[in-house]
Ligand binder design. Structure first.
Ligand code: PGA
Length: 252
C-alpha cells in the first residue's frame, strides 16, 4: 500500500522553545509509529538545519515554504534552491495562496521557481486552488487548469514527474471549513487525468495532497479517498498532539 503523506506547514509560527519541544516529542515517539506514513515538516526556514540535525527519525523530511528562482547574485533577502538543498530540505512549497495574495506571486513567477527547484533536484509541492467567488461561479477547474498549464508551458511536458500538487481551496484554509472529501476526490481525479493527458510519460509519479482545515476530526474521511495521497496541514500541525493524531489516523 502506498504510504500516506502528511505535510506540516508551520507558516510564520514557532520559536526556539517550540522547536525544541517538537524535536523532543518526535524523538520520544516510537519510530514504528510512522511506519505507514511519510512526514514532511515545513518550519520557518531558519529552523530546518537545526531540526534536521536533532531529529533522529529518518522518516521525517523537511520542506522550505518558499524559494527564489535565481541561483545567486544581487537579490537581497532571497534564498536559492541550492542553499535550501545544503541545509537539509528536500522539498519546497510553491505558490501557497498566502504567497500569491500577500506577495503578489503569479502563475509565471511560480512556474519559474518550479523550474529552478527541479533543476536543483529538489521536489516542488505546488499549491493550487480557487477562491470562494471562483467556486461559486463554477470556475474551479478553469482556475486549476491555468495554474497547471503555466508550469507545463515553462517547464515542459514532464514537469510533474516526481512532484507534489497540493489542492487547497482558498476558502477552506484556516477557516475550520474543509472541502467535502467527495468533491476533493473528484478534483484530484481531474488533476491527475489532466496532467497525465498532457505529459509525455503516461506513468508519472505525482502525489496529490489536500489542504484546508485538516484536523483529527476530518482526516479519516479525507484520507480514505482514492485520489488523495496525503494532506497539507497548517494550524492542525502546530499542536503536537493534534498533529500526531492526524498522522495516527493516516497510519492504517
Ligand atoms: P490550515 O492551512 O490547515 O490551517 O487550513 C493549510 C495551509 O495553508 O496549507
Amino acid at each position: 500500500m502506498k504510504k500516506k503523506i502528511v505535510i506540516a506547514n508551520w507558516k510564520l509560527n514557532g520559536n526556539k522553545n517550540f522547536v525544541k519541544e517538537f524535536i523532543h516529542n518526535i524523538n520520544s515517539e516510537n519510530q514504528k509509529f510512522f511506519k505507514n506514513t511519510k512526514v514532511i515538516i515545513a518550519p520557518p526556514i531558519i529552523y530546518i538545519k537545526y531540526m534536521s540535525k536533532k531529529i533522529h527519525n529518518k522518516k521525517i523530511s523537511f520542506a522550505s515554504q518558499n524559494v527564489d528562482y535565481n541561483y545567486q547574485g544581487a537579490f537581497t533577502g532571497e534564498i536559492s534552491p541550492n542553499m535550501i538543498n545544503e541545509i537539509g530540505a528536500k522539498y519546497i512549497i510553491l505558490g501557497h495562496s498566502e504567497r500569491r495574495k500577500n506577495h503578489f506571486e503569479n502563475n509565471l513567477l511560480i512556474a519559474k521557481k518550479f523550474f529552478s527547484v527541479k533543476k536543483n533536484k529538489l521536489i516542488p509541492i505546488l499549491c493550487i486552488g480557487e477562491t470562494q467567488e471562483e467556486k461559486e461561479k463554477n470556475l474551479t477547474k478553469n482556475i486549476i487548469q491555468k495554474q497547471i498549464d503555466e508550469i507545463f508551458l515553462h517547464c515542459g511536458n514532464n514537469a510533474f514527474h516526481n512532484t507534489f500538487i497540493a489542492y487547497e481551496p482558498i476558502w477552506s484554509i484556516g477557516t475550520g471549513e474543509n472541502a467535502s472529501p467527495d468533491d476533493v476526490n473528484k478534483i484530484m481525479k481531474f488533476i491527475k487525468n489532466y496532467i497525465i493527458k498532457k505529459s509525455l510519460y503516461k506513468k508519472i509519479n505525482l502525489n496529490l495532497q489536500y489542504g484546508g482545515s485538516v484536523s483529527p476530526n476530518n482526516i479519516k474521511r479525507i484520507i480514505e479517498k482514492k485520489y488523495i495521497d496525503g494532506v497539507l496541514v497548517g494550524s492542525g500541525s502546530l499542536q503536537y498532539k493534534n498533529f500526531l493524531k492526524i498522522i495516527q489516523k493516516c497510519n492504517v
